[in-house]
Structure formats: C-alpha cells, structure tokens
Design a protein around this ligand. Structure first.
Ligand code: BES
Ligand code: ZN
Ligand code: ZN
Length: 481
C-alpha cells in the first residue's frame, strides 16, 4: 500500500491545519477573534480564509454548496488546489485536514489536495529545489476503509500520471511491461507479459502491423486481480490503448500541438493500470483482468502503409487507409483476445480520436457501447461522483456503413464525421464472434480530450492527468458492493 495521507485522531498542537466547515460558528478550535474574522470573510464571499498564526498556518474552507451534490464535492477539490499551492509557497512540510462530519467532502477535499501536490520531476537536474515541501498530509474524521480507498485512488492516479508523463526515451513497450510487473509485485496483482514471438504465435496481426515501423518490439500485458471473496464469477475485463508513442506512422502527424505530445497515447492503458493498482490496494472483492497491447507507431523502413490489408487476431481482414488510425488496430486484437475470458463486461479506454477531443474538449470522456443501459448508468454515476465524467454517445449500427472497404472486410478509417463513433463501431466487430455475431457486453471509452493538459489545470495538473482511475475505481466499488 502506498500511503500518501495518514488518518489521525486529532489535530496536533501548533500544527498547520485546514478546517472544513459550513459556518464560522462550527469552528470551536478558533479563538473568538479568529471566528469573527472568518465570519466577515465568509460574508464577503471569500470561501477560503487564511489565518497566519505565525508559528502555524490555518486555512478555513467554507463548503460551497451546489444543488448538485457532486458539484459540491468538486468545489472542494478545486478549493484544495489553491491551499496546496499556498502551503508550498510558505515552505510548509505538513498539514492536517479536518471537517465537520461530512466524510464525502473531507475525502474529496483531501483527494484534490493530494493530487494538486503531485509533481513529475524526474528529468530536472535541480529536482530537489523544485520539490514541493508539503509531504505529510494527515486527516481527521475518516474511517480506516475511507483512508485506504483514498490512498488507493490518489497513489494510483499518480501512477497513471507518471506513466503518461514518461517520454518514449524511457517508456518503450518493453519498459512499460517491466514496470507493470514491478507494480504487480508491489501491490499484489498478477502480471503476465507476452513478447513478440508469443504475439506472433497468437496472430495478433493488428498489433504486429502497427509495430512494423518500430525498432522496439511490441508487448501484450495481462494483469489480473482475482480475490477469493470476489462477488462476480465472470471477470470484468479492461482493455487499455498502449501506444507508447504515436507519430502517425507513414500517415505522419504534424509536430506542433499534434505529434509533440503523443507520448500521452498510452493514457488509456495508464488509466487501466492505475485502476488495477487502486483495486488491488483497496482489495476490492471483484475479479478484474486488464489487457494492455503496447507498441510505438512509427514510419520505419518496414512500416505498414495505407492500402495494406492486415489479418487480425479474429481472422477479419482490415484495409488500412490511414496508419494514424493505429489505436483501433491494436485494441481490436486485445478485444478479440478478451473473448477467451467469457467476460461479464469489457470496457476499453483509449486516447483514440481527435474527434472525441474536438467534440467535448477536456470536460469528459466519451462513452458508448452495447452493454445494458443499467450497467452504463453505473459508469456514468461513477463519473459524476468523481467528476471524471462520461458523455454517452450513440452506438447505432448505421455508423458501420462508413467502414465499408472495396477490398477487405472493413477499413480502419471512417468518414469525416462522427469519427469517435466509427472508431467505436470498428472495435465492436472484434468483440463478437465473426460467425454468430454474438459478443460480450461492451463499453468503449475515448479519453482523448481529458487525458493530457497542455497547461496546469487545477488539481488535475499539467501533462498526464491520470483521468479514468478515480471513476473506474468508483465503478468497481459500486459493482462489487
Ligand atoms: N492518438 C490519436 C488520437 C489523439 C488525438 C489522442 C488527440 C490524443 C489527443 C489517434 O491515434 C489518431 O491519430 N487518430 C486519428 C484517427 C483518424 C486518422 C481516423 C485522428 O483522430 O485524427
Ligand atoms: Zn494515431
Ligand atoms: Zn494514437
């Protein structure tokens, strides 16, 4: 277990503190003068008040209620960001957060605070100097289980962020698989990695085709959390896009604001690995398998080219019309492989299309699928609670028309419109038996919008956001309860 926040019984004498309250009169630990000052600040619509006690620093956050309870929680996460910055600017090392009995709010606030404190400093020579001073975060008023869950999601979101933030110069497919094995060992889930020859033996034609231009081999990693007390018999299967770098291949991307941040193209798999890390750390009673196909997409001497026809893991033939639509090629093989597990449900996460990002920006992930609506609703609820929201898009079969090929079963390129949906419909083919067309319940999640921030954005940070970890964890808490 990675411990980031510590549960304590009470606030120590002379400690830095953050007090969460509805009204200044709730704050019995403040002097009468302090209460009066805080009261006046609240009246002036200042909902985070700073009290400088010289030897210690006190922050008071007045809960900003919204009719939407989930927004009330998000307000707390957002407010925590400024307080975290200020405590670091004051060069403080520790703080204790306490609330007035509202544990969901305390949880959300501390989650936001800890995520705000995240940094990726590995490649700075003066990392020591840049490092935030705040390192001890204590919390009064959460149960042991809540503390465990909080540590699980925070640390796992940071794990996902670290992976996204790592450039290709470190994170090749093999390195990624290696790091997953280390994580599995540390946190208690099982990891098996298929190397290139195993991938060839399995005839994962999509993954192999995308890998052709790369000097580094592909990997296919299988993560499993299989506790004795699992409440499900058939496993949930998560599939994550692990394109460790997407140049576009021969259909090369332009550099500025397009290729330059494509180290983020394994963000879907980072979310999936993060979710597994959180589930294992919290020891949730749910059986989950994660499949991670990983490779670079590059224009090398032997790279696949537009016009190529690729035979996929499920035997279907795909005409490649754009090598930059590589995510669906590698995900297709993993989704086909997922059929071996007779899954309860398969969810895939991928930075799959620019059209998803253009449609809704960074405010949500786009979800779609053929799973029963009640199941999809559990996911949407989990997204609303964590404010890693899902916007559900249609998944009508008519969109498949755009994938008709003149020479093969389907093409990997849809038309100019609804690109995020045609990508999803492409993937759906590989979830089904090619003869009977029967498949497992499926939800496709395109995270291209919120996976990566070009500028710092509140507690979600800069660069890799780790989006997906908190909402997936919440989903699995719901379905295993
Ligand atoms: N990795 C990209 C999608 C992407 C875009 C991720 C922006 C994160 C931010 C994906 O492989 C891609 O290039 N998709 C193409 C598909 C097209 C050729 C059908 C796209 O969206 O332009
Ligand atoms: Zn691409
Ligand atoms: Zn891509």
């Amino acid at each position: 277990m990675r411990e980031i926040v510590k549960g304590v019984a009470s606030i120590g004498e002379g400690e830095n503190q953050i007090l969460i309250c509805k009204a200044a009169s709730d704050l019995s630990t403040l002097s009468a003068d302090e209460q009066k000052f805080v009261q006046a600040q609240f009246e002036a619509k200042n909902d985070t008040v700073y009290l400088n006690r010289l030897n210690s620093h006190v922050f008071v956050y007045q809960i900003k209620e919204d009719d939407n309870g989930n927004k009330t929680l998000e307000n707390a996460r957002l407010a925590s960001h400024g307080i975290c910055k200020k405590l670091n600017a004051l060069k403080q090392t520790s703080v204790t957060v306490s609330g007035n009995g509202n544990s969901a709010l305390l949880y959300a606030f501390t989650e936001g605070f800890s995520l705000s404190n995240y940094q990726f400093l590995k490649y700075f020579s003066d990392a020591d100097k840049r490092k935030n001073t705040v390192k001890d975060i204590s919390i009064v008023g959460l149960s042991d289980t809540e503390i465990t869950h909080l540590n699980a999601v925070i640390s796992s979101t940071c794990i996902a962020r670290d992976f996204v933030n790592e450039p290709l110069s470190y994170l090749t497919a093999e390195q990624y698989a290696h790091d997953m094995m280390d994580l599995g060992e540390e946190l208690g889930f099982k990891v098996e990695v298929f190397n290139k020859s195993k991938i060839q033996a399995l005839k994962m034609g999509g993954l192999l085709a995308v890998n052709l231009g790369s000097p580094n081999p592909p990997t296919f990693s299988i993560l499993e959390w299989n506790p004795e007390n699992a409440t499900n018999e058939k496993p949930y299967v998560l599939v994550g896009k692990g394109v460790v770098y997407d140049t576009g291949g021969v259909s090369l991307k332009p550099t500025a604001m397009s290729m330059d941040y494509m180290k983020c193209d394994m963000g879907g798999s980072a979310a999936v690995v993060g979710a597994m890390a959180a589930i294992a750390q919290a020891k949730l009673p749910v059986r989950v398998v994660a499949l991670i196909p990983a490779t670079e997409n590059r224009p090398g001497g032997n790279a696949y080219v537009p016009g190529d026809v690729i035979e996929m893991h499920n035997g279907m033939k795909v005409e490649v019309l754009n090598t930059d639509a590589e995510g669906r090629m590698i995900m297709a093989d993993a989704l086909s492989y997922a059929r071996n597990y007779d899954p309860e449900l398969v969810m895939d996460l991928a930075t799959l299309t620019g059209s998803a990002a253009r449609a809704i920006g960074d405010q949500a992930m786009i979800s779609m699928g053929n799973a029963p609506q009640e199941v999809h609703d559990i996911l949407v609820d989990a997204g609303n609670k964590t404010y890693e929201r899902f916007a559900q898009f249609p998944f009508w079969d008519e969109y498949k028309d755009q994938l008709k090929s003149r020479v093969a079963d389907i093409t990997n390129l849809g038309g100019a419109e609804a690109g995020m949906i045609t990508a999803g419909k492409f993937l759906e083919y590989f979830t089904q038996d090619t003869e009977t067309k029967k498949g497992y319940p499926y939800i496709h999640i395109d995270i291209a919008g919120p996976a990566f921030n070009h500028a710092e954005k509140n507690y979600r940070g800069i660069e890799g956001t780790g989006v997906g970890v908190r909402s997936l964890f919440e989903f699995f808490k719901s379905v295993s309860a």
